[in-house]
Design a protein around this ligand. Sequence first.
Ligand code: CU
Length: 127
Amino acid sequence: MNKRMIVGTLSGLALLAVAMPSHAQDSTPAQPTAIALKLSEWTMGMDMAPMKVKGAVMFNVENAGKFPHALAIEGKIGGQDFEISTPVLKPGEKTTLMVKLPAGTYNIYCPVGKHEAQGMKADLVIE
Ligand SMILES: [Cu+2]
């Protein structure tokens, strides 16, 4: 496990922050990995190869299509189902979604209509 060193100059507040519960995995980079995703019904934008990343991920999501889309992530953490989603984006709208997940494979997809069945999906592999 990669325990962060706490240097002597940290304030008590900072120490409290460090002590907060975390689902972090070992060797998590400090900076999230940024992934730009353009959602579009024309390309069914997420029907692509699995995305493999380490540590936290920052999705920069843009609806580049003509219909509403959103980005959802689902999977299991510790045997429990979880799901998180951006709001439904109108055409041209952008948002960000940052996740910090245990290592594993998750589904990312568009929860609008039947878009997932139409190919707006991919695997997200957290290493
Ligand atoms: Cu969609």
